[in-house]
Design a protein around this ligand. Structure first.
Ligand SMILES: Cc1cc2nc3c(=O)[nH]c(=O)nc-3n(C[C@H](O)[C@H](O)[C@H](O)COP(=O)(O)OP(=O)(O)OC[C@H]3O[C@@H](n4cnc5c(N)ncnc54)[C@H](O)[C@@H]3O)c2cc1C
Length: 389
C-alpha cells in the first residue's frame, strides 16, 4: 500500500484530502472514495479505513493539486509530527506565467517557419508554425501545456477588429531551436460547407496556415493551467489526442525524451508515457516519425498506439477510433490509473469526449468500477486533464 503525505506544514484544523480505494458496503466492487478531514481527524480516518480493508491512495492538503511524496502506509507520520508554524501555503503552479500579453497590447511575433504536417494521402491542411518571441519586454515565456492567443489581421463582418483565437502550444518552453525565444503551433485550417453549400474557411486558421515567414503576428497570453505536467519525474502520463490535440502531447514528449530538452530541463522523466493518437488517415498522424523515433529509443518509457479510422477496423468491423483503442487496452490503462502517480491528458475536438467517456465507462465497469464516480475524483486529484475545443 502506498500513501502520499503532505510535506508542507499545517495546523490541526487544516483540511486534508484523503483518497482511498476499498470495498463497497455489501461486498460490492472496489470504489475510489475521497474524504476531506481536518488534520486532527486524520488518525481516526486512517484507522477506520485500515479496519475496513481500504487502500489509501493519497493524502494531500485540501486544494493542493499535485500528489505529494509517496511513502509506505505503515510509515505515514502521525498528524502530530507536522510543525506548528506552517510555511505559507503556495498554490500549485503559482509560478506559471499567464497573460503576459493581453489583447489590447499584444506581442508582435515574427513568423520564422510554416510547414505542412500532413503527409501524402492525408486529409486537409495542418501547419506547424513557429514565431520568434525575442525582443519582448517582458519576454513572453510559457510552459508545456499552455496556449497562446492569436489575433488575425483584418475586421469581422461588423467592421470590428477580429477577436483572438486560442491555440495549444506545440513546442516546449525551450522552443524547437532550444534557444528559449520561440513558440510553435500546430494549426488545422477550418473548412466546411455552409447551409447554402458554399465552401467556408475559418478566419484565423486560414490566416495562420497561409502566413509567410517574416510576417508579424499579434500574440497574447500565455494562458491555461489545466494541461500542465506534474513535476514528478516518476509520474506516468497517458495521452489521448485526436488531430491538432497532439500539440500539447508533442511538448510533453519532447520534454521527456528529446536529449537536448532533457539536458536543458534538469528534469529526467523516468515514468511511463503512453500516447493514443487518433487520425483519419496515416498521412494525418502528425509528428508520427518523431514519436516512432522516441518509441525506439525509449522502449521502456514510451508507448505509441494509433487509431486510424479510415484505414483500420475495430473489433466489431467498424472504423477504428481512439476510444476503440482505449477499450482494447482497458486493463492496462486502469492498472495504470490505480497508481496515484498516473495522470491522463485528453486534447482535440470536443466531439472526442463522449466516445472516450463511453469507453472509460465500459472499461471501468469491467473492473467493477463506476467511471461516473471515478472521473470527478481523478479530476479533483488533478490527475484527469481535458482541453477540447
Ligand atoms: C484552448 C484551445 C486550444 C486550441 N488549440 C488549437 C490548436 O492547437 N490547433 C488548432 O488548429 N485549433 C485549436 N483551437 C481552435 C482555434 O481556437 C479556432 O477555434 C480554430 O482555428 C477556428 O478558428 P477560425 O478563426 O479559423 O474559424 P472561425 O472563422 O472563427 O469559424 C469558426 C466558426 O465556424 C462555424 N463552424 C465551424 N465548423 C462548422 C461546420 N462544420 N458547420 C457549420 N459551421 C461551422 C462555427 O460557428 C464556429 O464558431 C483551440 C481552441 C481552444 C479553445
Amino acid at each position: 500500500m502506498r500513501v502520499s503525505v503532505a510535506t508542507a506544514g499545517g495546523t490541526f484544523s487544516s483540511l486534508f484530502t484523503v483518497v482511498a480505494s476499498g470495498i463497497q458496503a455489501g461486498s460490492g466492487p472496489s470504489v475510489v472514495q475521497t474524504y476531506q478531514v481536518a488534520m486532527s481527524g486524520l488518525n481516526n480516518l486512517y484507522k477506520r479505513l485500515s479496519a475496513s480493508g481500504a487502500r489509501i491512495i493519497s493524502v494531500s492538503p485540501a486544494g493542493e493539486e499535485s500528489p505529494a511524496v509517496p511513502v509506505a502506509a505503515s510509515s505515514a507520520p502521525a498528524p502530530q509530527a507536522v510543525t506548528s508554524s506552517p510555511a505559507p501555503k503556495k498554490k500549485p503552479h503559482a509560478n506559471v506565467p499567464v497573460n503576459t500579453y493581453k489583447p489590447k497590447t499584444p506581442f508582435l511575433g515574427t513568423v520564422t517557419e510554416n510547414y505542412s504536417l500532413v503527409e501524402e494521402g492525408g486529409i486537409g491542411r495542418v501547419q506547424h508554425i513557429t514565431f520568434d518571441l525575442s525582443g519582448g519586454d517582458p519576454q513572453l515565456q510559457y510552459v508545456e501545456g499552455q496556449s497562446i492567443g492569436i489575433i488575425p489581421e483584418g475586421e469581422d463582418a461588423n467592421g470590428k477588429p477580429h477577436k483572438l483565437r486560442l491555440y495549444s502550444i506545440a513546442s516546449t518552453r525551450h522552443g524547437d531551436n532550444y534557444q528559449d525565444n520561440t513558440v510553435s503551433l500546430c494549426v488545422r485550417q477550418l473548412e466546411y460547407k455552409n447551409e447554402a453549400g458554399e465552401q467556408i474557411y475559418g478566419v484565423c486558421s486560414t490566416y495562420l496556415c497561409d502566413i509567410e515567414p517574416g510576417s508579424k503576428v499579434k500574440i497574447t497570453g500565455p494562458v491555461g493551467k489545466e494541461m500542465l505536467l506534474p513535476n514528478d519525474e516518476d509520474a506516468n502520463i497517458i495521452m489521448l489526442a485526436t488531430g491538432t490535440g497532439i500539440a500539447p502531447m508533442r511538448t510533453y514528449i519532447r520534454r521527456m525524451f528529446e536529449p537536448r530538452e532533457r539536458d536543458a530541463n534538469g528534469w529526467t522523466f523516468r515514468g511511463k508515457a503512453w500516447l493514443f493518437m487518433g487520425a483519419p488517415k496515416t498521412g494525418n498522424l502528425l509528428y508520427d516519425a518523431d514519436f516512432l523515433h522516441y518509441e525506439k529509443e525509449f522502449p521502456d518509457n514510451f508507448r505509441y498506439t494509433k487509431a486510424i479510422s479510415r484505414e483500420q477496423q475495430n473489433a466489431k468491423g467498424g472504423r477504428m477510433y481512439i476510444q476503440d483503442r482505449v477499450l482494447e487496452h482497458a486493463d492496462e490503462i486502469f492498472a495504470m490509473i490505480e497508481n496515484p502517480k498516473t495522470h491522463v491528458y485528453m486534447c482535440g475536438l470536443r466531439g472526442m469526449e463522449p466516445g472516450i467517456d463511453e469507453a472509460m465507462t465500459a472499461a471501468a465497469a469491467a473492473k467493477g468500477l463506476d467511471w461516473s464516480e471515478l472521473r470527478p475524483q481523478l479530476k479533483k486529484a488533478d490527475r484527469w486533464h481535458v482541453e477540447t475545443y
